[in-house]
Design a protein around this ligand. Structure first.
Ligand code: FES
Length: 159
């Protein structure tokens, strides 16, 4: 259950949207921020807030890369695997991230700190290869820079 204050805030946003679908990503993201991922229960909660059916919410949720329908780590690293980033070494970067984290793309580290997800274009094509961690874009990112970023996040998590 989300706090009443968040419920009211989301109801306000839905009421201010032209259509419930317009507010759907916003609502799903807020619920995801609260729960860590969008579980079936959270998706139903979103449906209730939006006045949509759970199936309609499911369709929207599966369309957006940034909505997680299964548990993810505390830090989600999206690695762009579209053409511009690929041409600038995106695949090498992804392999390096896998190696550094000790997981395959799509996986989550054993300690739950990181999930690594390849994803389509992040809209930063001129600065590839691009990764996104949380809401922050990084690019161009060399394998060495990626290593430093991960190290910083690990250090921050341990503080
Ligand atoms: S191709 Fe990677 S950000 Fe667009």
């Amino acid at each position: 259950m989300i706090p009443e204050s968040l419920r009211q805030e989301l109801q306000r946003r839905v009421a201010g949207a032209v259509t419930p679908r317009e507010a759907a990503v916003d609502v799903m993201k807020e619920l995801q921020r609260h729960y860590g991922w969008l579980s079936d229960e959270a998706a139903e909660e979103a449906a209730g807030l939006l006045g949509l059916s759970p199936l309609q919410v499911e369709e929207l949720a599966t369309f957006y890369e940034m909505i997680y329908r299964r548990p993810v780590g505390r830090n989600v690293i999206h690695a762009c695997d579209s053409i511009s980033c690929w041409a600038m070494g995106g695949e090498t970067l992804l392999r390096h991230l896998e190696q550094q984290l000790g997981i395959e793309a799509g996986g989550t580290t054993r300690d739950g700190a990181f999930t690594l997800l390849p994803c389509p274009c992040l809209g930063n094509c001129g600065n590839g290869p691009t990764i996104m961690i949380g809401d922050r874009l990084f690019g161009p990112v060399s394998p060495e820079q990626a290593g430093i970023l991960i190290h910083e996040l690990q250090r921050h998590g341990a503080d």
